[in-house]
Design a protein. Structure first.
Length: 117
């Protein structure tokens, strides 16, 4: 069973920064892709940023230039550096890992990010 444990959420003022971390229970190279998703109240879960096993990254348009996804393969950790946070970034952020087998996907428990004015 794969475990993904997020940390680093919290309350921050608009314009501030937060860094989220996701620790996986096995090497991230055993996953085809890892990523961060978020879900705001009353809205559907949406992708924020992803990183493949080869290191290719992709970002939602709303966070490009502000968020950076990175990995530390030695520590099986994927991080999301969030700068210049906006009110609309408030959501529960989830770490996700997609395995190499069809339908293989894992989710963390989520961490709350709240941006205040």
């Amino acid at each position: 069973q794969v475990q993904l444990v997020e940390s680093g959420g919290g309350l921050v003022q608009a314009g501030g920064s937060l860094r989220l971390s996701c620790a996986a229970s096995r090497s991230m190279f055993s996953f085809e892709m890892m990523g961060w998703y978020r879900q705001a109240p009353g809205k559907q879960r949406e992708v924020v940023a992803t990183i493949t096993s080869s290191g290719r990254t992709n970002y939602a348009d709303s966070v490009k230039g502000r968020f950076t996804i990175s990995r530390d393969s030695a520590k099986t950790t994927v991080a999301l550096q969030m700068n210049n946070l906006k009110l609309e970034d408030t959501a529960v952020y989830y770490c996700s890992a997609t395995g190499w087998n069809i339908g293989e996907a894992y989710w963390g428990q989520g961490t709350q990010v709240t941006v205040s004015s």
